[in-house]
Design a protein around this ligand. Structure first.
Ligand code: UD1
Ligand code: CA
Length: 458
């Protein structure tokens, strides 16, 4: 049988978010709310229509081609939103209608909804869920025989209806012929002035159509995000899912509760993640790494057998066997080649650190191409900025940079060159030579002792 179409309602402002960002673009584990709904819809439907309104441009920009966008100029309710789509839908078949703010709904449930709808030969099937705290949701009102009669929104509930715990998830399967005949005549709600999609249910039932409800077992999946508390709760559910999938695939997490991974982050087998680790965006990690504690990786590619702790790494590459931290900051455009070491209180920016090179303590390296086997002593600094322009530095294979030296860019330190500790170097150093650039030392006999003793008398 042909797959149904999908319509996703995503035009609302999301007043309760108190935000300038349209609700469906709020982020959950690195992806907007709407992304999750679309992903689930894509697996079970053929062709998705997005109803957009608030922040329409932003939504289009994010999701791009591949969907039909229909603009709802004024947000006059969920029924009004679906009315806008009618001209774009075929005359027969089925349509799955979803809200853009229910990111936890899985495609398996949508599939069950569709097949239940077909088995029952219904004109409309509502996806419902039992909720311990149903407040804020539309309630499913059934008649004596247990048939769905209507859906009543929170605002309009009688005290008796308030006790009903079966809620409307906002997802439905409709027969297109029935939808096309009755949706245009939806009444305007007298209190809110909106056209509620939920009002279609009693209309269809009264006209003698079969209206059904499919109850999902895992009620948590039905969560609709209306405010930031619900957003945070949904994010923690999503994290559990992401972490569980990775642990099943062979990743060890010392404390999954404090491991924060964006949707789509990849991690290889036998990698161990210590607590308080965050991985965002397009981060990809290889096998057998030891990452964390206290690590933040953003859009970073990590090879195999990398050790990286207490560090922030952005848009960079850490090759096999690199050893980073504790307390390192690696900024965009950097490559730490195989086996290289970046130690404590070191900042690297837009630089390549060659194979097996070491920058172990208290250094800044910016706009630098460093060859293999280089040793940067403690406190050595690349001076890449003259107050106006950034300049580049190259340090060739096997060079030794003494402690506390300043390399003033633009500069080239040749292969196997040696820079004496404490030097300020502003001219290129030829391969194999020694550069020393510091004042000569003067020792004054006895002056130290005298100095210390006069101090003691005070
Ligand atoms: C809606 C349902 C409620 C259900 C709940 C499930 C109605 C009247 N109520 O309530 O029964 O329990 O979802 O989460 O349908 N939207 C538009 N255009 C509009 C208004 C809304 O596109 O004019 C979109 C929103 O962007 C959102 C979705 O429809 O993605 C639901 O809207 P929302 O305002 O969140 O409805 P609820 O009050 O949660
Ligand atoms: Ca909602």
């Amino acid at each position: 049988m042909e797959q149904p179409r999908a319509v996703i309602l995503a035009a609302g402002e999301g007043t309760r978010m108190k935000s300038s960002l349209p609700k469906v673009l709020h982020m959950l584990c690195g992806r907007p709310l709407l992304w999750y709904v679309l992903e689930s819809a894509k697996t079970v439907t053929a062709g998705q229509v997005l109803v957009i309104g608030h922040g329409a441009e932003q939504v289009r920009d994010y999701f791009g081609e591949g969907f039909t966008y229909v603009e709802q100029q004024q947000q006059l309710g969920t029924g009004h939103a679906l009315q806008q789509v009618l001209p774009y839908l075929p005359g027969s078949g089925e349509v799955l209608v979803l809200c853009g703010d229910t990111p936890l709904l899985e495609s398996a449930v949508l599939e069950q909804l569709i097949s239940f709808h077909r088995q029952q030969g219904a004109a409309a099937t509502v996806l419902t869920a039992p909720m311990n705290d149903p407040s804020g949701y539309g309630r499913i009102i059934r008649d004596q025989q247990g048939r769905v009669q209507k859906i009543v929104e929170e605002l309009h509930l009688t005290p008796e209806q308030k006790m009903v715990q079966e809620i409307n998830t906002g997802s439905y399967c409709f027969d297109l012929q029935a939808l096309k005949s009755f949706l245009p005549s939806l009444p305007q709600n007298t209190i809110k002035g909106e056209y509620y999609l939920t009002e279609l249910i009693p209309i269809l039932a009264d006209a003698g159509y079969k209206v059904e409800a499919y109850v999902i077992e895992d009620a948590q999946q039905a969560l609709g995000i209306n405010d930031r508390l619900q957003l945070a709760w949904a994010a923690s559910r999503m994290r559990e899912k992401i972490n569980a999938a990775l642990m099943r695939s062979g990743v060890t997490m010392i404390d999954p509760a404090t491991t924060y991974l964006d949707m789509g982050v990849e991690i290889g087998r036998d990698t161990v993640i210590y607590p308080q680790t965050i991985m965002e965006g397009k981060t990809r990690v290889g096998q057998n790494c030891r990452l964390g504690p206290g690590l933040h990786l953003i859009d970073t590619i990590v090879g195999d057998e990398v050790t990286c702790r207490q560090a922030v790494v952005m848009e960079s590459v850490l090759q096999d066997g690199a050893n980073i931290g504790p307390y390192a900051y690696i900024r965009p455009g950097s490559t730490i080649e195989a086996g290289a070491k970046i130690g404590d209180f070191v900042e690297i920016k837009n630089s390549t650190i060659g194979r097996g090179s070491k920058v172990p303590h208290l250094s800044y390296v910016g706009d630098t191409q460093m060859g293999p086997g280089v040793n940067m002593g403690a406190g050595s600094i690349v001076v890449n900025f003259d107050g106006r322009h950034k300049h580049v530095t190259s340090i060739e294979e096997g060079a030794f940079i003494g402690c506390n030296s300043n390399l003033i860019a633009p500069l080239k330190v040749g292969k196997g060159a040696f820079i004496a500790a404490g030097s300020t170097v502003s001219r290129d150093v030829p391969p194999g030579s020694l550069a020393i650039s510091r004042p000569k030392q003067d020792n004054k006999e006895g002056l130290g002792r005298r100095f210390l003793e006069t101090k003691k008398e005070k």
